[in-house]
Design a protein around this ligand. Structure first.
Ligand code: NAD
Length: 313
């Protein structure tokens, strides 16, 4: 069996298409486009790429995104000051602080930032207020990656109601909100994590299996019930040629990619899972593009909500 590929890039494009007129209407009424402030600290190579993609995608749908750069040596207080300025700047409807923050800021730095962002501008959906609203099923701004997964499953006709969904990963930004959103879609949800006993026994029960582990090719065919829908949230850059050769069969275009670039992006799901799953999100081109589309959707939604309009949603 070979799994149907769930085309996140196509669904993301259609979400962006629907956002354009909303952004136009907002701009005409407000006299300015929806505004997104992105804070980037330091010079993390992957973050630079993510931020560039977000800036471009924002302008493509008619939002105005502005980048606020802080040096690697910036302190947590500097980041919080920048966020506080954006909180009161009327030109910005959304605030995003690009993860990860420099490790020198300490392990609690991201949470300290989420505690300060105005919940009405929290387009990542990470503030305690929005996390609470999400758990109550009444969020306006929910985390982008899990929201993108729900949008993909809905648009690809994958039935969630009554299904057994298993989420591997319990982070505040992916695993937990993913589980909440699936619960609100009436799935029966199991959350697995690093201390779960006999993981394959649980994952094999899943009609929908979401992998948000952060470990290359972690989910293998023996984790998957034949015919299940498998959502691969993972983004792992692999640079070891032996590892790449072990992952992809001879003749795979991914090997040619690796030969050209010296690295490939691999998800948390092993490529061989395609032989067992009924449907599968590819990496790249699955969940990744949806995350950005949902970020822009949250930005337009935040702009409308802050202006007191619930526009064309
Ligand atoms: P994280 O490190 O915060 O969480 C990983 C989770 O995996 C933890 O809850 C941990 O308990 C669980 N885990 C680790 N080892 C395990 C094991 N052996 N068995 C079962 N569970 C185990 O990571 P995160 O921020 O939630 O991100 C997860 C992945 O998703 C990463 O690859 C990240 O790059 C990717 N990601 C992708 C997008 C996107 O746009 N596609 C967005 C955010 C994160």
């Amino acid at each position: 069996m070979s799994a149907r590929l769930l085309d996140g890039a196509r669904v993301a494009a259609s979400i962006r298409e629907q956002l354009r007129p909303r952004a136009e209407v907002f701009a005409a009424r407000a006299g300015r486009p929806p505004g997104l402030g992105i804070v980037l600290v330091g010079t993390h190579a992957a973050s630079e790429i993510y931020v560039r993609n977000k800036l471009k995608a924002a302008s493509d749908v008619g939002c105005r995104a502005e980048l606020f750069r802080l040096p690697e040596r910036a302190t947590l207080a500097d980041v919080l000051d920048t966020v506080r300025r954006l909180n009161i700047d009327e030109a910005f409807d959304g605030i995003l602080v690009q993860d990860p923050l420099p490790s020198a800021m300490g392990s609690g730095a991201s949470q300290a930032v989420f505690d300060v962002i105005d919940p009405a501008k929290d387009v990542d959906g990470f503030t305690p207020i929005n996390a609470g609203l999400l758990s109550q099923g009444r969020s306006v701004l929910a985390p982008c990656t899990p929201s993108g997964v729900i949008a993909l499953l809905q648009r690809e006709g994958i039935a969630m109601s009554g299904s057994h969904a298993v989420v591997i990963g319990r982070s505040d930004i992916v695993g937990k909100p993913m589980a909440m959103l699936l619960l609100h879609q009436h799935a029966t949800v199991t959350i697995c994590h690093s201390r779960t006993r006999d993981l394959p026994a649980l994952t094999r029960q899943a009609d929908i299996l979401v992998a948000a582990v952060g470990r290359t090719a972690f989910v293998r065919p023996e984790h998957v019930k034949p015919g299940a829908t498998v959502v691969d949230v993972g983004i792992n850059r692999v640079t070891d040629s032996g590892e790449v050769a072990a992952l992809f069969p001879e003749g795979s275009p991914r090997l040619a990619d690796f030969a050209r670039r010296g690295s490939v992006v691999v998800g948390d799901v092993h490529p061989a899972v395609a032989e067992v799953a009924g449907a599968l999100t590819p990496v790249p081109g699955g969940v990744g593009p949806l995350t950005i589309a949902l970020l822009l959707q949250n930005t337009v939604t935040a702009a409308e909500a802050r202006a007191g309009w619930s526009a064309s949603r």
